[in-house]
Design a protein around this ligand. Structure first.
Ligand code: GCU
Length: 431
């Protein structure tokens, strides 16, 4: 008994020492603009062998593929091609959801040609009165499709979720209390009233958001012979989520009620990093939105303001590919920075949003990524961004590239959605 007590206390003491060291090692975030280091950004319009990219042809043939490879190899990791035997199954359909305003359907996607896990479930709302295929917003969510609307007919996810009492998650599983708990982030009725559809997917269907050495989720389906996890330049979790969005797009292309040429991919925070990477790789996404995506998303890594590569790679080792660790505290050695991720979306419309109280995500760094991606948009003949300075709060800029910083905290609000809907109107109507 005594020995057990002694062992327990030693283990506890060790735990305390370890967690305190971990805390002590975690660098203090910088929130002081004056302490942002001097840096030089890689030029999106200069090839690796020093040639100036002065034509659209050179961009498409040389520089764009080069930048894409660099993000694949050094940041997010390479993803596999689409499987050729996916199965799509419509599992529910109601033509008078939302008091008759919407068609609501659920579609399951199986990746292997067999009805086996992992399975990705799409929740789709479409305006009931539409007479032709409708443009849609597509987005991943954090806690299951049943959280985006308080509707008892939406299938309750049975998948693993991160612990969260407020979201009614018990033992890492959703409960009836979870329904509608993220509804403030998904104004379904407003989206339908504006003539758009919405496609929602739980990110954990593709890869659960914890570091398990890639044993679950879609990674395990694609491990190369004899390997039990992806190589240092192969996909992490963000890349897997982005891959899932592309697989959902594969389904949308087969759905005659959806205008798959007008799909806006939208994501918040870690899922905003994901929407950017999905839009960068897959040009079928006609419009790309990043909401408060921060470090590893829209924010420039070299600024080291708020969250840094050191913090993000240690706190979320599964998000990026292993090679990204090489740049911890060595941001200047990165061959890319996040403005080049935005540039990969060109010439398609891109919108980056920040929040004033979300300094962790570095609003100024998010703005600068848009600004420094503009030369690529200009080269490709679009109106670009048109702003040189950060706008005042709640004063959106909407050219081919859009940006706002709104009052409030890290979140998705009605203000954000109003801008996205207006931006989509601006670019989708008449095109
Ligand atoms: C953490 C993380 C961010 C991320 C955010 C989120 O704050 O540090 O990088 O964007 O979680 O996804 O909510």
């Amino acid at each position: 008994m005594k020995r057990l007590l002694l062992t327990t206390s030693i283990v506890f003491a060790l735990f305390l020492i370890c967690s305190q060291t971990a805390r002590a090692q975690r660098p203090k975030p910088n929130y002081d603009e004056a302490k942002v280091p001097q840096f030089t950004l890689p030029d999106p319009l200069l090839t690796s062998d020093g040639k100036q990219v002065d034509s659209a042809e050179l961009w498409w043939k040389v520089r764009r593929p080069e930048i894409l490879r660099l993000f694949e190899n050094e940041v997010y990791g390479k993803s596999p091609a689409a499987p050729n035997n996916m199965l799509f199954e419509v599992t529910s359909q109601k033509n008078d959801a939302l008091n008759g305003k919407a068609i609501r359907k659920e579609v399951s996607i199986y990746f292997t040609g067999k009805k086996e896990e992992p399975r990705m479930d799409l929740l789709i709302y479409l305006p009931a009165k539409a007479t032709k295929p409708v443009p849609v917003f597509m987005g991943l969510n954090f806690y299951g499709n049943h959280t985006i609307a308080d509707d008892p007919e939406i299938t309750l996810s049975t998948k693993w979720m991160r612990a969260n009492q407020e979201k009614g998650v018990v033992n890492n599983r959703a409960t009836e209390k979870s329904r509608g708990t993220s509804a403030s982030r998904w104004p379904v009725e407003q989206i339908i009233d504006r003539g758009y559809g919405l496609v929602a997917i739980y990110c954990g269907d593709i890869d659960p958001d914890y570091d398990d050495g890639f044993q679950n989720g879609v990674h395990a389906l694609f491990n190369k012979d004899g390997k039990s996890k992806p190589a240092a330049d192969e996909w992490g979790t963000i890349a897997a989520w982005a891959w899932g969005l592309s697989r959902a797009m594969d389904y949308l292309e087969t759905d005659p009620q959806i205008d798959h040429k007008h799909v806006a991919v939208m994501g918040h925070s870690r899922l905003g990093k994901t929407s950017l990477w999905a839009g960068a790789q897959d040009q079928r996404f006609a419009l790309v939105i990043s909401n408060d995506s921060g470090c590893g998303g829209a924010a420039l890594s070299r600024r080291r303001f708020g969250e840094t590569l050191n913090v993000i790679n240690n706190a979320f080792p599964h998000w990026f590919c292993d090679n990204f660790n090489k740049y911890i505290d060595k941001e200047d050695e990165l061959p890319v920075d996040q403005h080049m991720l935005v540039a990969l979306v060109a010439p398609r419309p891109v919108y980056v949003a920040s929040a004033q109280e979300d300094q962790w995500a570095d609003p100024r760094g998010e703005f600068l990524s848009v600004l420094y991606a503009e030369p690529v948009y200009k080269l490709l003949g679009t109106s670009g961004f048109g702003a040189k300075e950060m706008p005042d709060v709640n004063q959106p800029i909407k050219q081919r590239m859009g940006y706002h910083i709104r009052t409030g905290k890290h979140d998705v609000t009605d203000f954000d959605w109003r801008q996205y809907l207006d931006f989509a109107d601006q670019h989708f109507q008449g095109s």
